[in-house]
Design a protein around this ligand. Structure first.
Ligand code: NAG
Ligand code: NAG
Ligand code: NAG
Ligand code: NAG
Length: 319
């Protein structure tokens, strides 16, 4: 009896379908936006420690895996700029205000993702919006999007931070030709030594209150606190700690940091061929004058908040 060569038929079918698949995928890859494919080449000079087997890959927009949530006037911009030097980190350039504002939040996660820079899969996207830290609605919203989100908060001595915050408010109001409140009058209630905890520059310094609302959703191990006072003077040790927290190799080194004598802080340089990138003119502004007795009253008023913060995080700052 004649036996049909079944094996032969199966092989032929398999080869034909394989060819069809190759054809289809070739067709689709040609259809894709050429711009989505960027050849992933690390220059040996500045990004030598990267695994070179991840060479040709798709670059796309990804949701952040880390947020810098504050504090306002704590050095968030400088921290983000410094982290952006790292080849495994991509930073959203502007403050997106996704979680803290209902109008932006209602645009949805796809919109949020669209605000992010292009990145490779091994890169971590970071977004920073200092308004997230004191925002009551934000921790839950972040948690619902990604319960594993890494959270960074950079804190400065609260009296200095309050004066810096007030100084920014002062110049914003000056520009808008609004009335210019005196520091001592807005920070304290009616000439008492009770701080006005509703006045934003004061409220933003009550770190304990804000951190507590984040700890309702995230364990302390997922929140890294940068010492903003140390970071301003000597950024590298603090950057090392952040690199460790983010599980990325220690690649940011002193050759990337350039001291700006005029402004009194560091500028950042991605590689030796480029000029350093410095913070804008609204940063490092001379603070509005505040008398030493007002500073002292403010310092005393912050003490109980500071103490509760230290107990919460199991770490002390010299405030
Ligand atoms: C610092 O990093 C740059 C570029 O990433 C590299 O060329 C240089 O050798 C490094 N310097 C030190 C002291 O590690
Ligand atoms: C480099 O990447 C490849 C593939 O992702 C992986 O198998 C290898 O272990 C990596 N090597 C190093 C040194 O990380
Ligand atoms: C924003 O939304 C939250 C929760 O949905 C709500 O509690 C809050 O009042 C809203 N804020 C404003 C300004 O509408
Ligand atoms: C502060 O002053 C306002 C009006 O100037 C007054 O209504 C209020 O009772 C005062 N508050 C305190 C705590 O003295």
């Amino acid at each position: 009896m004649y036996r049909f060569p079944l094996h032969f038929l199966l092989y032929t079918c398999a080869i034909l379908s394989l060819l069809a698949l190759v054809e289809i995928s070739f067709f689709y890859s040609n259809q894709k936006d050429e711009q989505q494919y960027e050849i992933h080449k690390y220059s040996m000079e500045d990004e030598s420690a990267i695994n070179e087997s991840v060479d040709f890959e798709l670059k796309k927009r990804r949701l952040p895996g880390c947020l810098i949530i504050g504090a306002r006037k704590g050095g968030t911009r400088a921290l983000l700029d410094a982290l952006a030097l790292h080849p495994m980190i991509r930073a959203a350039r502007r403050e997106v205000h996704f979680f803290d504002r209902n109008d932006t939040f209602s645009r949805g996660i796809a919109w949020y993702k669209d605000q992010m820079p292009l990145s490779f899969h091994h890169q971590l996207t970071i977004e920073k919006t200092p308004a997230y830290f004191p925002s009551f609605v934000t921790p839950e919203r972040v948690f619902q999007m990604n319960s594993k989100m890494k959270i960074i908060v950079i804190l400065r001595e609260p009296v200095i931070r309050t004066i810096s915050d007030y100084t920014q408010v002062y110049y914003n109001r000056l520009e808008l030709k609004k009335s210019l409140p005196l520091f001592g009058e807005v920070v304290f209630r009616n000439g008492t030594d009770q701080i006005d905890t509703d006045y934003k520059p004061v409220r933003n310094s009550l770190y304990e209150i804000h951190l507590r609302s984040w700890l309702n959703y995230f364990p302390l191990s997922q929140i890294h606190i940068v010492d903003g006072d140390k970071f301003g003077i000597d950024p590298l040790p603090e950057l090392r700690l952040v690199e460790s927290f983010l599980n990325v190799p220690h690649l940011i080194n002193s050759s990337s940091l350039v001291w700006d004598q005029r402004k009194g802080f560091f500028c950042f340089r991605k590689n030796q061929r480029q000029p350093p990138h410095c913070l804008g003119d609204s940063k490092g502004r001379t603070h509005r004058p505040v008398s030493s007795s007002t500073r002292e009253n403010l310092r005393k008023a912050f003490l109980p908040y500071n103490e509760r913060l230290f107990a919460l995080i199991g770490r002390r700052f010299r405030w």
